[in-house]
Design a protein around this ligand. Structure first.
Ligand code: UGA
Length: 447
């Protein structure tokens, strides 16, 4: 008998859920995307991504047209699929601990649906959750609401994702690994089979482990990356005190040691984005509650927080005082090619500049709308990188957008009141900019 091809449902059409759904469908896997937000569902049905991610719109359009992806707000559609991925958000609570309310609601709703299902159903936790959540909260809510047992009628796995904003589709199509945490081989095999279908002969290494270990892999990964950024920012701040030293050279040299590696050694204004800060806080809080204080990760976070002050100090040193000065912030997004400003270092820098009495005017190619939602008229906004500089006392480069990288000294000097530049992203050649009042993160003073 020819077996019917596997169908999956994905609960939570946020960034991870939507990218996962679009890539599954693009490889011929019938996928149902579920979200409680009707407007979002409607938009997905039209083949339009409700968030900015390169390639996503194209994949989505094809997926919807080919009917391999169906979007719905009715979770009972999960009943007609073989497995359900949970990709709902896990935000921070006030104390930094993880907020599992979306996970609980989604699990309960799913369990209620699965109560009437005949046959086996696999539940896969893809949301970032602290160790023990899959086997604890999720299992408990699932068993209670479905009236079934994990291990017999239900399978349960933890399967974290490692997608980066801006390259999420490529990351999903070419991951360096797949991590599957399960209590039994049946559920692990089911999920591996799906990924084998997805990747064919290009199946990446599959790490089979316990749910708790899979959950920790995700946190360890983000904690390491964040620590690498805080590490190079620390080296940058030391380098900056030494004449004729540039952190770029230090990073290049140490990066050649394969034990260190060259990636993620770009000094800057500190990391941002929806994950690093949230995940480090959750991990710190989780560990402290278990009786161990992870001092390294606290230092990673503190170093990151301080890096924004470092950027503001550099502007203050150039200007003497920031009070009543017109300071231009070039870049609001937490990295280039996104409109996302969550936890962006620009926000920390802007807050410090305001405290010191500066008039802040900002430009970003994509993130102004999101910034307006958060900061409203606390700062002014410009429509292009040229007009923003008119009469400015200082410009701070906060995001490494290509269109800023293209700017030359002549694009700054004639327009600014004084050509004070703080390059917090190291996008300019110090030699070329030396005729302006140019300072940069990790660049030793006199040359
Ligand atoms: C990060 C991880 O890289 C992903 O693997 C993970 O799946 C994701 O979080 C998540 O948990 O969802 P993302 O937040 O999209 O991805 O952004 P990254 O590209 O990792 O950058 C994070 C921040 O670090 C940015 O503000 C970036 O500018 C900064 N960064 C990065 C540096 O300052 N220097 C570097 O060398 C690299």
């Amino acid at each position: 008998m020819k077996s019917r091809s596997e169908a999956v449902s994905i609960v939570g059409m946020g960034y991870v859920g939507l990218c996962t759904a679009a890539t599954f469908a693009s490889r011929g896997i019938r996928t149902v995307g579920v979200d409680i937000d009707e407007a979002r569902v409607e938009q997905i049905r039209k083949g339009k991504a409700p968030l900015h991610e390169p390639q996503l719109d194209t994949l989505l359009k094809h997926a919807v047209k080919s009917k391999l992806l169906e979007a719905t707000s009715d979770i009972s559609s999960a009943n007609d699929t073989d497995m359900t991925f949970l990709t709902v958000g896990t935000p921070s609570q006030q104390d930094g601990s993880i907020d599992l309310s979306y996970i609980k609601n989604a699990t309960e709703d799913l369990g209620n649906v699965l109560r009437g299902k005949r046959g086996y159903h696999l539940v896969v936790v893809k949301s970032t959750v602290v160790p023990g959540t899959t086997n604890g909260t999720v299992k408990r809510f699932l068993e209670q609401s479905s009236g079934k047992n994990v291990g017999s009628a239900l399978g349960l796995c933890a399967n974290p994702e490692f997608l980066k904003e801006g390259t999420a589709i490529n990351d999903a199509l070419h991951p360096d690994k797949i991590v599957i945490g399960s209590n039994d081989m049946k559920s692990a095999n089911r999920l591996t089979r799906l990924y084998r279908k997805f990747y064919g002969p290009k199946l990446p290494p599959v790490i089979l482990t316990s749910p708790e270990a899979a959950e920790l892999v995700k946190y360890a990964s983000n904690a390491f990356l964040a620590t690498k950024v805080s590490f190079i920012n620390t080296v940058a701040n030391i380098a900056q005190q030494i004449p004729n030293v540039d952190v770029g050279t230090i990073a290049e040299a140490i990066g050649l040691d394969p034990r260190i590696g060259s990636l993620f050694l770009k000094a800057g204004p500190g990391y941002g984005g929806s994950c690093f800060h949230k995940d480090l806080q959750a991990l710190i809080n989780y560990s402290q509650n278990n009786g161990y204080d992870p001092t390294l990760f606290r230092a990673t976070e503190e170093t990151n927080e301080q890096q924004a002050n470092k950027v503001v100090d550099m502007a203050e040193t150039l200007l003497g005082s920031l009070s009543n000065k017109k300071v231009v912030v070039l870049g609001l997004a937490f990295k280039k090619d996104t409109d996302d400003i969550r936890e962006a270092s620009s926000l920390r820098v802007i807050s410090q500049l305001k405290k010191k009495g500066a008039h802040v005017i900002a430009f970003d190619p994509m993130a102004i709308a999101n910034t307006k939602k958060q900061l409203a008229d606390q700062i002014s906004y410009a429509d292009d990188p040229h007009s923003v500089l008119k009469g400015a006392d200082c410009a701070i480069i906060m995001t490494e957008w290509d269109e800023f990288r293209k700017l030359k000294p002549k694009d700054f000097q004639p327009y600014m009141k004084t050509p004070n530049i703080v390059d917090a992203r190291r996008i300019y050649d110090p030699k070329e900019f030396s005729r302006l009042n140019y300072v940069a993160i990790g660049l030793g003073a006199s040359r």
